[in-house]
Design a protein around this ligand. Structure first.
Ligand SMILES: Cc1cc2nc3c(=O)[nH]c(=O)nc-3n(C[C@H](O)[C@H](O)[C@H](O)COP(=O)(O)OP(=O)(O)OC[C@H]3O[C@@H](n4cnc5c(N)ncnc54)[C@H](O)[C@@H]3O)c2cc1C
Length: 403
C-alpha cells in the first residue's frame, strides 16, 4: 500500500506551508495579546480557505469543498507550525457540525459563528453519576412548562463547565417513554439562574472537570435541537464528531518521533537508551501501532474521497481506539525511559502546552493526561464492543446500551 500523498496534495501542502510563514506574527502585530494574535491569524486562515474548511461562509467558515486529505494536511501542518487552526473545542469541534446537521436556521446563525471564533465557550452535558457508558439511562429531568423546559438534576465530568458560556446537553423530557426515546438535546445558557458548577481537581493538578447541578433552570423551547424526545439521535452525531476529533488530533507520528528523540538522549548505564535491544524492540513495536493508525486513517480518507459512506464507519470507529491506545503506549514507554525523573511533577508550563512539550516533566504531564482520552467520548471497552457489533456484525453484548 502506498501511503504517500499524490502530486496535487503535495502541492496543496506547499500552499499551506507558504501561508504558515505568517506565523508567529511579526512587527506591530506581535505586540497584541496572545489571544488577539491567535484570533487574527485564525481569521486570516479562514480567508485563505484553510481554517474551518468545510463550514459554510455564512456561518463563519471557509466554505471549501469537503476533502478529507486536505483537512489532514492542514491539521498536520498547523500542528507542526504550532499555529492556531480550527479550535478543537466542544463548541467549534462538536456543537457546530451538529447544528449544521440538526439545528434550525436561527440556531445556526445565532450559535455557529460565535462557537467557531471562540467568542462563546461551550461544554458538553452528557454524563451523570451512574450514566456514563450506559448514557441512555440518564435521569437529569427537563420538564415542559409553558414555553420552557425546566431542568432538575446533575451532570458530572463536564469538561470546561467552569469557563463555559453555554452547554449542549441531554435531558429526560419524556420520562414515560422507553429510555432512548424520552431524551431531548438542549442548549443551556450557563448563566441561567439555578445552575451551580463545582470544579473537580484531576491527577494532573488542573481543573478539567466539573459537576453541574440544575435546580429548576428554565431553558426556552427554541433552544431544543432536533425534535423533542429525539435527542438520542442528535447526540449520536455529536459523539461521532467527538470520536473523530479525538482519533484525528493525536499526531501519533510526531509523538513517536519525540519518543525516539527521548530514547536517544536518555541513558541506560553507559549508553544512550536507544542502543539497548529491549528499548529498540519496544520502539519497533510501537511504530507498528503508529503505522496501523496511519493505514486506518488512509482507509477512512479513501472511503470519504470516494463518497463511500458505508466504508468510512469501520476505520472511523477504530481510529479513536488506535489513537488513544497508541498514545498510552508511547507515554508508558517515555515514562519508562525517564526512570527516576518520571517522579517529577509537571510544571505550570507543561500543563499549558503538553502537546509538544518534550521536557521530562512535560512527558510526565502528557503521560497523566493520556489516560483521559481513552475514557472520554466512550471508554475503550465500549469502543471494542461497538467495533465488534456494528463494524463486524458480531453477536450483541447484552450489557451495551442500544444506539
Ligand atoms: C478526559 C475526560 C473528559 C470528559 N469530558 C466529558 C464532558 O465534557 N462531558 C460529559 O458529559 N462527559 C465527559 N466525560 C465522561 C465520559 O464520557 C465518561 O467517563 C465515559 O463515558 C465512561 O463513563 P463512566 O465514567 O461512568 O464509566 P463507566 O460507564 O462506569 O465504566 C467503567 C468501566 O467499565 C467499562 N464498561 C462499562 N460498561 C461496559 C460494557 N458494556 N462492556 C465492557 N466494559 C464496560 C468501561 O469501559 C470502563 O472501563 C469525560 C471523561 C474524561 C475521562
Amino acid at each position: 500500500m502506498d501511503l504517500e500523498y499524490g502530486p496535487a496534495y503535495r502541492a496543496y501542502r506547499e500552499t499551506v506551508r507558504e501561508f504558515l510563514k505568517g506565523w508567529p506574527l511579526e512587527g506591530a502585530e506581535s505586540a497584541l495579546s496572545q489571544i488577539e494574535q491567535e484570533s487574527l491569524f485564525r481569521r486570516r486562515g479562514i480567508e485563505a480557505g484553510f481554517v474551518y474548511r468545510n463550514m459554510p461562509r455564512e456561518y463563519g467558515g471557509a466554505g471549501q469543498e469537503p476533502d478529507a486529505l486536505k483537512d489532514q494536511i492542514v491539521l498536520e501542518e498547523f500542528h507542526r507550525a504550532n499555529a492556531p487552526g480550527d479550535l478543537r473545542s466542544q463548541g467549534a469541534g462538536l456543537l457546530a457540525p451538529t447544528l449544521l446537521e440538526f439545528g434550525t436556521e436561527a440556531q445556526k446563525q445565532r450559535f455557529i459563528p460565535a462557537a467557531l471564533s471562540g467568542e462563546e465557550a461551550w461544554c458538553q452535558g452528557y454524563s451523570e453519576p451512574g450514566s456514563g457508558s450506559d448514557l441512555a439511562s440518564l435521569k437529569c429531568q427537563g420538564r415542559a412548562e409553558g414555553d420552557s423546559f425546566v431542568l432538575t438534576g446533575q451532570k458530572i465530568w463536564t469538561s470546561n463547565a467552569n469557563a463555559a458560556d453555554w452547554m449542549f446537553g441531554l435531558f429526560r423530557t419524556e420520562p414515560e417513554k422507553p429510555k432512548h426515546a424520552g431524551i431531548s438535546y438542549l442548549l443551556v445558557d450557563m448563566r441561567s439562574e439555578g445552575i451551580d458548577v463545582r470544579p473537580l481537581k484531576t491527577l494532573t493538578g488542573g481543573i478539567e472537570f466539573n459537576e453541574v447541578f440544575f435546580d429548576e433552570v428554565r431553558v426556552p423551547m427554541e433552544n431544543l435541537v432536533g425534535a423533542r424526545g429525539q435527542g438520542w439521535g442528535v447526540s449520536r452525531a455529536t459523539l461521532i464528531h467527538e470520536r473523530n476529533l479525538i482519533g484525528s488530533s493525536s499526531m501519533l507520528r510526531d509523538m513517536f518521533s519525540d519518543l525516539v528523540e527521548l530514547a536517544q538522549r536518555t541513558r541506560r548505564g553507559e549508553c544512550p537508551a536507544i542502543e539497548d535491544a529491549g528499548v529498540r524492540r519496544k520502539l519497533a513495536e510501537i511504530e507498528g501501532y503508529v503505522c496501523t493508525q496511519e493505514a486506518s486513517n488512509m482507509m477512512q480518507f479513501t472511503a470519504e474521497l470516494k463518497g463511500d459512506v458505508s466504508r468510512t464507519m469501520r476505520p472511523m470507529m477504530m481510529n479513536k481506539l488506535y489513537s488513544t491506545d497508541t498514545t498510552q503506549r508511547i507515554m508508558e514507554c517515555a515514562y519508562d525511559l525517564l526512570g527516576g525523573e518520571g517522579l517529577l511533577g509537571p510544571t505550570e508550563a507543561d500543563i499549558r502546552d503538553w502537546m509538544r512539550n518534550t521536557t521530562s516533566t512535560g512527558w510526565v504531564e502528557a503521560y497523566l493526561f493520556s489516560l483521559g482520552p481513552a475514557i472520554a467520548g466512550g471508554a475503550s471497552n465500549i469502543q471494542l464492543n461497538i467495533i465488534g457489533e456494528r463494524g463486524y456484525g458480531l453477536p450483541r453484548d447484552l450489557r451495551l446500551p442500544a444506539g
